[in-house]
Design a protein around this ligand. Structure first.
Ligand SMILES: *Cc1c(COP(=O)(O)O)cnc(C)c1O
Length: 232
């Protein structure tokens, strides 16, 4: 699978273009969660310098592995830009600030405050929850404007919004994506992180500027590594 990443990246770009996306405007974030650092290297080799991770420990380990491997950005088209796309735990923020370029999942006041405190002026997106299930992360649509204002008040560089499609397949995401895009437009925010492997066409059709793609680039994801036991 890992040998195919460049070819698969072309397929993903073709899907974006076929959905009406401008390839200069829609960025592909390669989601390496569950895969090894070798997959991150393969993505970079395919010209995908935006990398996404959900878990703090995985992100910092892969970022360190790329540095240790003396990865040469010139061969790829740039240094890796890590996007944090998982639930932000406030106590993990300090460990992440050195590596994260874009915080995509700011969904509550305390998280915005902590990122601003540890890494002033960071680039962030506000995550919107398109379901009624608070466990899925994200703030409700009607709370976006207030959270954006609060984050800006802390000095964060709020560039846009992010959302996951609700369960139910690609078409189930369309109305929510459209509402999220409208919220971004009202707030004057240019970036919309909408769409993953299964629903990137709907994301692009509804104005996505970033698709977050894992399986379409790397194949099926191996099971998540078991958690390390907590120290006593
Ligand atoms: C895992 C994940 C993705 C990528 O999902 P694929 O189906 O592998 O493309 C995108 N966004 C978020 C928030 C994720 O957790």
């Amino acid at each position: 699978m890992i040998d195919d990443v460049a070819a698969r990246a072309d397929v993903v770009r073709g899907r974006i273009a076929a959905a009406g996306g401008d390839l200069d405007r829609v960025r592909v974030v390669a989601v390496t969660k569950g895969f090894g650092a070798d997959h991150a290297t393969a993505a970079l080799g395919a010209g995908l310098i935006d990398l996404g991770e959900n878990y703090a420990a995985e992100l910092t380990a892969k970022a360190a592995a790329l540095r240790a491997a003396d990865f040469r950005p010139a061969a790829a088209g740039g240094s890796p830009r890590w996007h944090f796309i998982g639930r932000v735990q406030r106590n993990k923020v300090p460990a992440l600030v050195a590596d994260v370029a874009v915080w995509q999942t700011v969904d509550r006041a305390e998280v915005a405050a902590e990122i601003a405190r540890r890494s002033p002026g960071s680039v962030v997106l506000v995550q919107v929850n398109l379901t009624d299930n608070p466990l899925r992360g994200g703030c409700p649509l009607d709370g976006v404007a207030a959270l954006v204002e609060l984050a800006q008040g802390h000095g964060l560089d709020v560039q846009g919004v992010m959302a996951l499609g609700p369960p139910g397949g690609p078409e189930a995401a369309r109305a929510g994506f459209r509402a999220v895009r409208a919220a971004a437009d009202r707030l004057g925010l240019p970036e919309r992180s909408l769409g993953m492997s299964a629903d990137l066409e709907v994301g692009v059709e509804e104005g996505s500027t970033m698709v977050r793609v894992g399986r379409a680039l790397f194949g099926p994801r191996p099971g998540r590594a078991p958690r390390r036991p907590r120290p006593p």
